[in-house]
Ligand binder design. Structure first.
Ligand code: ZN
Length: 199
């Protein structure tokens, strides 16, 4: 049983991104003042979501069902696969409404410094997914960072000979830039001007 205190909740919130101690205090104060209307529904929602959330068996996206809603959507282009590092990148494409194919979420990038090898990423099913579903184009949309580029190169080698055309996002993404932080216009420009990878 966790020892409960108001201070403890403030500390939990302080560990979240973009929330320092003072904004956490204000947040907890708001919750305490709105126990019935906000605090209880919020806590119930978080618990329910935590219990139901699953990683999609095909693409690695998070949803309350597997296959996820995107993989189940027959209106989407089943022959196009966009490989992204992270869930936030998938959300960035979806926010922009600029891509209507399917995704493959890696769950990170290869990193020599952090000791992340291919076995740590969602790569196992990628090649089979491409061949079994007759995917015609794979868009590698990893970040324009060094690790992102190394990962893109690894994937290009991994899926060589699978029959799919491989392309990468082109201009628009600044060097060192992360997809999740781009505005929709920049991301759209990068997607439209993607180029085929020599293989
Ligand atoms: Zn899925």
């Amino acid at each position: 049983m966790i020892k409960i205190s108001i201070k403890g909740l403030i500390e939990v919130f302080s560990k979240l991104p973009n929330l320092g101690p003072s904004s956490s205090r204000r947040l907890v104060l708001h919750l305490l003042r709105n126990k019935e209307k906000t605090m209880i529904p919020l806590s119930q929602y978080i618990i329910a979501l935590a219990e139901q959330i699953v990683s999609c068996q095909f693409c690695g996206n998070f949803d309350v069902i597997s296959p996820c809603n995107i993989c189940q959507d027959k209106k989407r282009n089943q022959k196009s696969l966009c490989v992204v590092e992270d869930l936030g990148d998938l959300w960035a494409f979806e926010r922009g409404g600029i891509y209507s194919g399917l995704y493959h979420v890696l769950g990170g990038t290869l990193s020599a410094i952090d000791g992340v090898g291919p076995e740590s990423l969602n790569l196992d099913g990628l090649r089979d997914r491409i061949t079994l579903n007759g995917v015609e184009e794979v868009i590698i949309a990893t970040n324009a960072t060094l690790d992102g580029q190394v990962t893109a190169h690894y994937i290009t080698e991994l899926i060589k000979g699978s029959g799919a055309k491989v392309s990468r996002l082109a201009c628009g993404i600044p060097i060192g830039g992360e997809i999740d932080y781009l505005d929709e216009g920049t991301l759209k420009a990068a997607l439209v001007s993607r180029h085929e990878v020599e293989s």
